[in-house]
Ligand binder design. Structure first.
Ligand SMILES: Cc1cc2nc3c(=O)[nH]c(=O)nc-3n(C[C@H](O)[C@H](O)[C@H](O)COP(=O)(O)O)c2cc1C
Length: 389
């Protein structure tokens, strides 16, 4: 069975929803030696700045429980060299394929962002979209200073300026190191972003207890990778998807097709894979794409987009589970997931909500039904849940 994984995203047509995350794939040269890059949804290159940057002093990468910390500091050869030497071979390799090149761009001032995006990348004709990096935690100027630490006003102004300097699809990459990411997302949308990508790394620190010093020369670094940051990233994608009507590229701790589905169900349209390119080098991305295809085949699904936004909604307005949403809402959610055959419902929800009606609805809809009662603390509630079921 041929499976259609294609996604239309802010003016880009992707043949599948999986692409490497910026900074975890270099400029694609090394990976191109192992597999054809036209297997990917898109090629996303490392951050590019107006001038070459050596990045931070070493050590700038360290492994931590559940992930890694990096303080690379946007090391790159500068926009001119990237446009002359790195992108033309990638464009030639991808000629005639539906695999866009997305360039991640950063600067220290608004003028730098505009000159690198509008003045250089956009006018070069070598990129099909821009990912605006306003979220690097490892540089003193730019990066996070624009990324919404003030709630979003500076970001809105920056996005507006970059938007008017360039006509390519513009994705703004959001930082998780803020209090309310949905406010920052809204600011990017007001500035004219075509899409959002999230999340960048979470600021972390590791200390060597023998030397009593931070392991990274920069002291702090960005935490990334599976499994450490995935739940935070899924939550943030979910919050942004609820608040802003823009396509979202989700990332943070993705290493399997199941992870991809989780992000899609939270509200992402496509995903990026970062640290998994280091933990499972060099084939993490093509493997995940293959797994997605196998998943679709196994479920006898032909078209990927039916999964978009198909979150089994658990939170009612009062945040107390699907029961509070009522049997009708549950049925509506399940209607989006025709392949679901087994349903699990917490006993607490049964006890407090529509009770037997909900069970009846679910029984007609699914061939298997489980009620989870193990977390019930008070015997009376346990009994109530059991009776309702
Ligand atoms: C070594 C390294 C370098 C990174 N460089 C960049 C970068 O240049 N630009 C950027 O926007 N994000 C950069 N990131 C962040 C990733 O693109 C991604 O947002 C983050 O790592 C979360 O995804 P993951 O958990 O799959 O790695 C970098 C991450 C790592 C680990």
């Amino acid at each position: 069975m041929s499976v259609d994984l294609s996604v239309h995203l802010a003016g880009l047509q992707l043949q599948n929803p999986v692409m490497p995350a910026s900074g975890c794939f270099g400029f694609g040269r090394e990976y191109a030696a192992f597999y054809p890059l036209d297997e990917l949804g898109a090629v996303v290159v490392s951050a590019v700045t107006p001038q070459a940057r050596p990045g931070n002093a070493p050590p700038r990468v360290t492994e931590v429980t559940g992930g890694m910390l990096n303080a690379i500091g946007l090391a790159n050869p500068g926009v001119k060299q990237v446009l002359q030497e790195e992108l033309p071979p990638r464009l030639a390799e991808l000629a005639g394929q539906n695999v866009p090149i997305i360039v991640n761009a950063a600067g220290a001032t608004k003028e730098e962002y505009c000159s690198v995006v509008g003045g250089e990348i956009c006018s070069s004709g070598l990129a099909q979209a821009i990912e605006l990096n306003v979220s690097c935690p490892n540089v003193e100027l730019g990066g996070l200073a624009f990324g919404g630490a003030d709630g979003g006003a500076v970001l809105r102004d920056l996005v507006e300026a970059v938007r008017s300097s360039c006509s390519l699809p513009l994705f703004v990459k959001l930082s998780p190191n803020v209090t309310r990411i949905q406010d920052v997302a809204a600011a990017a949308a007001q500035g004219g972003a075509d899409g959002l990508s999230l999340i960048n790394t979470l600021i972390g620190m590791q200390i060597d207890i023998k030397t009593r010093r931070p392991v990274l020369a920069n002291r702090t670094g960005g935490l990334s990778g599976p499994p450490a940051i995935k739940p935070v990233a899924v939550r943030m994608v979910y919050e942004v998807a609820q608040a802003v009507d823009l396509p979202i590229i989700g990332m943070g701790g993705i290493s399997t097709a199941q992870d991809v589905l989780e992000f899609i169900m939270a509200g992402a349209w496509a995903v990026m894979v970062g640290t998994a390119n280091f933990t499972d080098p060099p084939y993490a991305c093509p493997r995940i794409i293959k797994e997605l295809r196998m998943f679709m085949e196994k479920k006898e699904l032909k078209v990927w987009k039916r999964y978009g936004g198909a979150l089994y909604e658990r939170c009612g307005e009062d945040n107390c589970g699907i029961g509070s949403a009522g049997a009708e809402a549950v049925e509506a959610a399940l209607a989006q997931l025709p392949e679901v055959r087994f349903v699990k419902v917490g006993g607490m929800e049964l006890f407090y909500s529509t009770g037997p009606e909900l069970v009846k609805t679910l029984k007609t809809r699914a061939s298997g039904f489980f009620s989870i009662l193990k977390f019930m603390i008070f015997p009376i509630r346990h009994q109530g849940g059991r009776c309702a079921a």
